[in-house]
Ligand binder design. Structure first.
Ligand code: HEM
Length: 446
């Protein structure tokens, strides 16, 4: 059966959905509260003409751009009618804090410990600002402030700045942003190993998804079509603790690097451990034509190279689950990860008390089948890989009691007493409407 290809309405889709972060990147996330719907809509009328679309998304000429998304409470605060509100996905209506048990935000990561105002009903609008250079970001920040300065009914209540680290890697030391799905109709040329094109409806509403159907879409159509759901998470990284854990469990400096690679499934350079099982290969890590070109089932059936419990194998098992009835492409994740906070200098093993980590952004048309499924079934549960009491070392809900199994011969190796290296400091589910949807919201007559 031939699958019909979707043609995307790029001029109506907000740019962030298709554009990767720039390199280097600078940016900020601003959260706004709306106390007066008329003021909220007026600000939106001022902002909407400047919102970046998906046109020329891979040859865009702007060095800085921004996009806008709303929480469920935010849509209410703007005056969206009841019938429309009721048409949004139930998880979105509940909000991320209410989904804490499902996604493993428990213990130290529980919403009761979140940074204010994250997870509270007064977070209404998220502005996402990205730039390839620091200076170009300033006018966007001024725009965001300038459009609400004279509006008593709109306030900026939170800001977090993001910036690429000097190492170009995450705080834990790994290269990030490699495994990204290829979206049908996005005009992107895929890299080897990126996998088959994923139906556009998995990431953008209004197009068929991997089930062959149109995903449930918020109403009216002008609001839902070409929009998507967004998960925003502030994830604090315990870098010193991660370094100490590796040191304490390694037999040598080389073994420390190997453990680090086994935990993620990639060496710090990004080189996949399936293709380079014994040592890092920076040339491979840097080569986009080779660094994602691997599968698991035939190349690493017994997971002697890349553990079943490694972060990338859990997050996207590729063909590992061939003999199980799991449609991996129903659970692909479109990520826009960035770092916040300064680096803990190389070699420092003690925590300096500074806030640092990742702002994790997930974009997709089905919060429960994508983000929540990956968190609950693949990161925090091990039934699918038959590993008792194991959670993802990087992003799982570990509590100091868990293990991580590294298959090897003659006897498998096990790390024990895994603490939680990543703490959720807060998060929000948002809806990012189309550009037409933004106009509709900005001109609501209620
Ligand atoms: C602070 C938290 C996290 C860190 C430091 C982190 C780090 C990484 C790194 C280093 C990679 C390998 C490079 C790459 O493919 O881009 C990766 C891949 C990936 N991560 Fe995470 N991650 C985090 C949280 C998450 C979460 C919460 C999810 C999903 C719910 C996720 C989903 C993925 C996916 C889907 C891949 C690509 C796998 C592939 O296609 O092979 N990550 N992550």
């Amino acid at each position: 059966m031939t699958r019909q290809r979707s043609v995307l309405e790029l001029d109506d889709i907000q740019g962030t959905i298709l554009r990767s972060r720039p390199l280097p990147y600078f940016g900020a996330y601003l959260l706004l509260r709306i106390d007066d719907p008329a003021h909220g809509r007026l600000q939106l009328r001022r902002l909407t003409p400047r919102v970046a679309s998906g046109v020329n998304w891979h040859h865009h000429t702007d060095t800085a751009w921004f996009n806008v998304a709303f929480t469920f409470e935010g849509l209410k605060a703007l005056g969206v009618p009841e019938a429309s509100l009721a048409s949004f996905a139930p998880e979105f209506q509940q909000g991320m804090a209410a989904r804490a048990q499902t996604i493993g935000d428990v213990g130290e990561s529980a919403p009761s410990h979140w940074e204010k105002p994250l997870g509270r009903p007064d977070v209404h609008v998220a502005l996402m600002l990205f730039s390839g250079d620091r200076a170009a970001l300033q006018p966007l920040l001024e725009l965001a402030h300038g459009t609400q300065d004279d509006l008593a009914g709109v306030s900026i209540i939170y800001r977090v700045d993001i910036e690429m680290l000097p190492t170009t890697r995450t705080h834990f030391g790994y290269k990030d942003g490699i495994g990204i799905p290829l979206i049908e109709g996005s005009e992107a040329v895929g890299y080897p190993g990126q996998g088959p094109e994923i139906k556009a409806g998995e990431f953008i509403l209004g197009y068929p998804d991997e089930t062959g159907n149109l995903p449930a879409m918020p109403q009216p159509e002008v609001l839902g079509r070409n929009g998507t759901y967004v998960g925003f998470r502030k994830l604090y990284s315990r870098v010193a603790e991660f370094r100490r854990y590796l040191r304490a469990n390694a037999e040598s400096p080389e073994d420390e690097e190997l453990l680090k690679a086994k935990i993620v499934g990639r060496w710090p350079s990004g080189a996949p451990i399936v293709l380079s099982p014994d040592r890092d290969d920076p040339a491979l890590g840097a080569d986009a034509h080779r660094n994602n070109d691997f599968l698991y089932y035939d190349d690493d059936t017994k997971s002697l190279k890349c553990p079943l419990g490694s972060h990338i194998r859990r997050s996207n098992p590729r063909d590992s689950l061939k003999d199980q009835a799991v449609a991996v492409n129903f659970h692909r994740i479109l990520r826009r990860g960035t770092t916040y906070g300064p680096m803990l200098p190389e070699g420092v093993m003690d925590d300096d008390g500074v806030d640092r980590g990742s702002i994790f952004i997930f974009l997709g048309s089905n919060l429960s089948r994508q983000f929540e499924f990956v968190k609950s079934q693949w990161h925090n549960d091990s039934d699918f890989i038959v590993l008792d009491d194991e959670r993802d070392v990087i992003s799982g809900a570990n509590d100091g009691s868990g293990t991580f199994t590294i298959p090897q011969r003659p006897i498998r190796r096990r790390l024990h007493n895994l603490p939680r290296f990543v703490i959720t400091r807060g998060g929000e589910y948002c809806f990012m409407p189309s550009i037409r949807g933004l106009h509709w919201l900005a001109n609501l007559a209620t």
